[in-house]
Design a protein around this ligand. Structure first.
Ligand code: ADP
Ligand code: MG
Length: 396
């Protein structure tokens, strides 16, 4: 990959105004921020720019207001949390472009937060006129929102063409971790792909089958592959119309020298419910009224062996219906093994995906992984081998 332009490439910033694209989509419960991880992730970027003497105009989207002003999706309530995290008072403009924004930027000593960019239709449309109005507010642009980089919107892509542009520290850190895992990995490289359905991850499976040495398929999506291999899977979640596609992915993997690992034993029950009676069976012994809800202990033991041989791991998707114990067991055991191997320096481990992050948190291993991405859609598109437009525009 070409070199990512960094803040230091922007030259002298003292006294200049820098537009900084953040991701301030923090979860709110009863009017309070329930998790401020996303805000804290931006602190290094804010600090670096402020130490350089720049004045900052902060941009972000929040929710999906659909191109009009929706007061419930205002960024204003986040001000106290941002001031606490960034350590200084922050001004506010109730519009991200135009006269009010310009005056707020002029009046501010250090930081000013501009209102939700998605209150304007031009944001998602990547309208050049809207991007131009954003660009008019600053002399340089820094994007620190990797999670929004898969969208070619005005505040993630358009504006970067109009000003000297660079990646923020959180953005750069994320890309570096992802590049080390899939761009130029130490091999053997193993990927674990789980989750409910193949259909949501077809492009991911296709790309990984050509890139990785070991492809571990678990979760609900393994069921369709087991069908493709002729096994009876009872009432398991499966996509019968994708059996042919699953077969093709297996062929493609074999052709690319990628070893595919499907479960050999599974945990089955008559329903997905807490404390439901369950049993461990070989994949060829699932009864008509049973469904597969996790991979079995023998499969887990073999997969730990795969991880012990691997130098790099990419993981997206739980191996079972982890929200309902005991069907979280395989995911937790394998996550603990990956964490142990990472701690001892044997493995570089990168994971991402909404449910995957929740599962790793539940297993208590998030901090042992080399990198855990909270980027959702952007992470998945990166796993598909796509060039993210918000990143492409920051390459030298
Ligand atoms: P992520 O959000 O990390 O990308 P997904 O959304 O693709 O992951 O998949 C997570 C979901 O897959 C969870 O809700 C989990 O219960 C479900 N799942 C995993 N294995 C099975 C299974 N065998 N049967 C039914 N659902 C499963
Ligand atoms: Mg999910």
């Amino acid at each position: 990959m070409a070199r990512l332009r960094r803040i230091t490439d922007l030259g002298e910033l003292a006294g200049r105004t820098v537009l900084v694209r953040l991701d301030l989509n923090v979860p709110i419960q009863d009017g309070r921020i329930s998790d401020d991880t996303r805000i804290r992730a931006h602190v290094p970027t804010i600090r670096l720019l402020r130490e350089g003497g720049a004045k900052l105009a902060l941009l972000s989207h929040f929710g999906r207001p659909g191109g009009r002003v929706v007061p419930a999706m205002s960024l204003r309530p986040l001000l106290p949390a941002l001031e606490a995290a960034f350590g200084e008072p922050i001004g506010f403009a109730s519009d991200c472009i135009g006269e009010e924004a310009r005056q707020a930027v002029n009046a501010a000593d250090g930081l000013v937060l501009l209102e939700n960019v998605r209150f304007h239709r031009g944001e998602k449309a990547n309208d050049p006129d809207f991007a131009g109005k954003l660009a008019a507010l600053g002399e340089a642009f820094v994007n620190d929102a990797f999670s929004a980089a898969h969208r070619a919107h005005a505040s993630t892509e358009g504006v970067a063409h109009l000003l000297p542009a660079a990646a923020g520290e959180a953005m750069a850190r994320e890309i570096e971790a992802l590049e080390r895992a899939l761009g130029h990995p130490e091999r053997p490289l193993a990927a674990i792909i789980g989750g409910a359905k193949i259909s949501t991850k077809l492009a991911v499976l296709g790309h990984l089958a050509r890139q990785v040495d070991h492809l571990v398929i678990g979760g609900g999506m393994a069921n369709t592959f087991l069908l493709a291999q002729g096994f009876d899977i009872g009432t398991s979640l499966a996509e019968h119309d994708l059996v042919e596609t699953a077969r093709k992915i297996l062929e493609e993997a074999a052709g690319a020298g990628c070893t595919v690992h499907l479960p050999r034993d599974v945990v089955v029950a008559r329903a997905l419910a807490p404390r439901v009676p369950n049993r461990v069976v070989p994949v060829d012994a699932v009864r008509d009224a049973e469904m597969i809800l996790d991979i079995g202990p023998e499969s887990v033991a073999r997969l730990i062996g795969v991880l012990e041989e691997a130098r790099t791991l990419i993981w997206n998707g739980p191996l079972g219906a982890f929200e309902v114990p005991p069907f979280d067991r395989a995911t937790v055991r394998l996550a603990q093994a990956a964490a142990r191997l990472t701690r001892t320096g044997r493995l570089l481990s990168v994971a991402g995906g909404g449910d995957t992050v929740a599962a790793l948190n539940a297993a208590g291993v998030t901090h042992d992984f080399s990198h855990v991405s909270t980027a959702g859609g952007a992470f998945l598109e990166w796993m598909e081998g796509k060039t993210l437009p918000g990143v492409a525009v920051l390459l030298a």
